[in-house]
Structure formats: structure tokens, C-alpha cells
Design a protein around this ligand. Structure first.
Ligand code: NDP
Length: 275
């Protein structure tokens, strides 16, 4: 791919590529090859997390790519066990060291873990990291409306992003509307529902009409809704396929047919009860 991927401007003026590459469940030893393949296919945004255990593999691929740091967008996440003010600062240092970077573009609180009620302390620490220029944009992940409101009761720093499970089976209308109201960009994790929705007849029919795959149709649907997406694959042909979604558009009737697939299909944990 020669043209750069489209970007979305976050609430602090920083631009995030609308399509990025996720590395959840990729072993560290395989991560460098997967990320190298993604960079080769034109992706510039990589989504990892401390708990994935592959920040070092990501960092190695970034270093070996020779791509200028300012052309890359790197996201990592604070793990639940490291919440709290001082623990957050320490965990962030460890992530940076593994990535081999001096700053990240986006740092997310991975889960609210509401029963532990430490996310506001963690956010204070992240405010400091932003002020120090070590985090360009601060965000959250898996925050429900009540968690976002509680965070904002206590802080003027509005998360740039909330990264949530979102795909045709779980369309998250309430959160998407709240994000729009608050100026938070919606980032979709498991954008393909880990493959669980790809056999839907509505999707295979739309895909056949456009000469595209069901995965490409799902990613196109996300892009047209304005979501940031971070599909994961360790398969080079799929990595390329997932980035080849900018040469067709879904019509209103097709967007409506996909909207009708919403059915509360959570593939991951429930953010209200994961602690
Ligand atoms: P995805 O919805 O991206 O699906 C990945 C699965 O789909 C893999 O099994 C992959 O197989 C397969 N796949 C990928 N592309 C295609 C294709 N074109 N056709 C058919 N199958 C395909 O799931 P993830 O859960 O990985 O989510 C994406 C990213 O979101 C994660 O990697 C992570 O970065 C982030 N995430 C964040 C969470 C959070 O709590 N914040 C939670 C979960 C994910 P294969 O690799 O074998 O090719």
C-alpha cells in the first residue's frame, strides 16, 4: 500500500490511524514477524498491552523496520494488577523499557475493575505522564458509561479513546452515543468478533456483491461508522486483506443489514464484573 491510512483527530489534536494492528494472544516470539508483516502491508498503528507479554516483540519489529518514530502510532495498556498511582508509574516505565521507546502515542487503562476502585488514582498518574510528554494521548478501555462519568467527576482530562468490544454482534449504541457527546473516539476491539460473525449470511451476501471477504465488509462497516479498528491476524495474506478496505463503500441498505445483526454477543469479559 502506498497511500497512508486515513486518520481520526483525537480530542487533544493528535491523529490516530483509523486502522491499526492488534497483537492479543500472539506469543512474543511470533510477534516481531507479525508486526513486520503489518508494517510491510502499510499499517502504522500497533495495539499491544503489558498483559499480552509481547511488548518486546513489538518493539523489536518497530526498531528493525527503520520507519521513523513520528510515522508510527504505538498503544499499550496498564494491567489491572498495576492500578494505583505509584504502581501505574512503575508499570508504565516497564512497558516503555520493553518497547524500547521513550514515549507511547496512546496509553490505556486496560479495564476499570470497578470493585477495586483504583482507576481514578491510575488516571492521576497518567495525567502526569501526559504532562511529561511520555504519553501523547491518554485513554481507557472497557469503561462503561458509569465508569466514564465517575472518572470525569474527578478529572478535567477527557479520555481521548475508549477501546471496547465492538463488532456486528455487539454494536454498543449507548457507549457510542456517550462517546460522541463527550468527544471520546470509539476504538473497537475484537472488531471481527474473533471470526464469530464472519459466516453470517447477511455479510457473505454483501461480500459477494462487492467482491470482498466478510472480514473486509465488517472492517468497512466499522470505518464508515467512524470507529478506529485494530484487527489481529498472524496470517500475512489476512493482514494484507484487512488493510485492503479503502476501495469500496457500503450503501445505506448494507449498513442497515449489518445493524440488524446486533444481538448482545459478548466474546470477552463483562467490564462491570471483571475485577
Ligand atoms: P479480531 O476480531 O481481530 O479477530 C482475530 C481472529 O480473526 C484471529 O483468529 C484471526 O486469525 C482471525 N482473522 C483475522 N483476519 C481475518 C480474515 N481476514 N478472515 C478470517 N479470519 C480472520 O480479535 P482480537 O480479539 O484479536 O481483537 C483485535 C485486537 O483488539 C487484539 O489483538 C488486541 O490488540 C485488542 N483487544 C483488546 C482488548 C481489550 O480489553 N482492550 C481485548 C481483546 C482484544 P489468524 O490470526 O489465525 O489469522
Amino acid at each position: 500500500m502506498s497511500t497512508p491510512l486515513p486518520t481520526i483527530t483525537l480530542n487533544n489534536g493528535i491523529e490516530i490511524p483509523q486502522l491499526g494492528f492488534g497483537v492479543f494472544q500472539v506469543p512474543d516470539a511470533e510477534t516481531t514477524a507479525a508486526v513486520a508483516s503489518a508494517l510491510e502491508a502499510g499499517y502504522r498503528s500497533i495495539d499491544t498491552a503489558a498483559i499480552y507479554g509481547n511488548e518486546a516483540g513489538v518493539g523489536q519489529a518497530l526498531a528493525e523496520s527503520g520507519i521513523a518514530r513520528e510515522d508510527l502510532f504505538v498503544t499499550t495498556k496498564l494491567w489491572n494488577a498495576d492500578q494505583g498511582h505509584d504502581a501505574t508509574l512503575k508499570a508504565f516505565d516497564a512497558s516503555l523499557a520493553k518497547l524500547g521507546l521513550d514515549h507511547v502515542d496512546l496509553y490505556l487503562i486496560h479495564w476499570p475493575t470497578p470493585a477495586r476502585d483504583l482507576y481514578r488514582e491510575s488516571w492521576r498518574a497518567i495525567e502526569t505522564l501526559v504532562a511529561d510528554g511520555r504519553v501523547r494521548a491518554a485513554g481507557v478501555s472497557n469503561f462503561q458509561p458509569a465508569h466514564l462519568r465517575r472518572l470525569l467527576d474527578d478529572s478535567a482530562l477527557v479520555p481521548a479513546v475508549n477501546q471496547i468490544e465492538l463488532h456486528p454482534g455487539l454494536q454498543q449504541a449507548e457507549l457510542r452515543a456517550l462517546h460522541a457527546e463527550l468527544g471520546i473516539v470509539t476504538e473497537a476491539w475484537s472488531p471481527l468478533a474473533q471470526g464469530a460473525v464472519l459466516g453470517e449470511p447477511a455479510l457473505t451476501a454483501i461480500a459477494a456483491r462487492h467482491g470482498k471477504s466478510p472480514a473486509q465488509v465488517v472492517l468497512r462497516w466499522h470505518l464508515q461508522l467512524g470507529n478506529v479498528v485494530i484487527p489481529k491476524s498472524v496470517t500475512p495474506a489476512r493482514i494484507r486483506e484487512n488493510a485492503d478496505v479503502f476501495d469500496f463503500a457500503l450503501g445505506d441498505d448494507e449498513m442497515a443489514a449489518i445493524a440488524a445483526l446486533d444481538r448482545g454477543l459478548r466474546t470477552g469479559p463483562d467490564p462491570d464484573t471483571l475485577n
